[in-house]
Design a protein around this ligand. Structure first.
Ligand code: HEC
Length: 109
């Protein structure tokens, strides 16, 4: 009895918040919501994107950045675009803006 109970505590103690793996919230958000399609390096080669043949945008492609204003990109993140889902259900406006800054800083050539 006691052993089972103790085990439960040890198990609980091991459940760490996944966000602690990332240095800050925006990196966690990217990993959780975007990397599946756009890939860890932003090249649009994430697992889901490849598997479902969605052709996610290559965030390291300069034409993407030169052809779009921030406002348009934010619209796409908020409301979705073709095969990209809308994120206003999951992320606040501030968080969406942080993500845009983050992908710009990390992937824009
Ligand atoms: C289910 C796959 C999927 C996920 C998850 C996803 N995207 Fe996308 N994303 C796409 C696809 C597909 C496109 C290309 C849309 C098009 O131009 O037809 C795209 C395009 C974009 C673009 C270019 C938009 C434009 O206006 O041309 C940006 C910026 C972007 N994604 C950022 C993000 C961010 C930030 C996240 C995480 C919050 C994210 N994406 C999550 C699939 C995804």
């Amino acid at each position: 009895m006691i052993l089972v109970w103790l085990n439960g505590f040890i198990w609980l103690g091991k459940q760490i918040d996944p966000s602690t793996k990332y240095p800050n919230e925006v990196e966690y958000h990217y990993a959780r919501y975007c990397a599946g399609c756009h890939g860890n390096s932003g090249e649009g080669n994430g697992r889901i994107g490849r598997f479902k043949k969605l052709d996610p945008a290559d965030l390291t492609d300069n034409t993407l950045w030169s052809m779009h204003e921030d406002e348009q990109l934010l619209n796409s993140i908020r409301d979705g675009k073709n095969d990209m889902p809308a994120f206003h259900y999951y992320l606040s406006v501030d968080e969406q803006e942080e993500l845009l800054e983050y992908i710009k800083k990390s992937f824009r050539p």
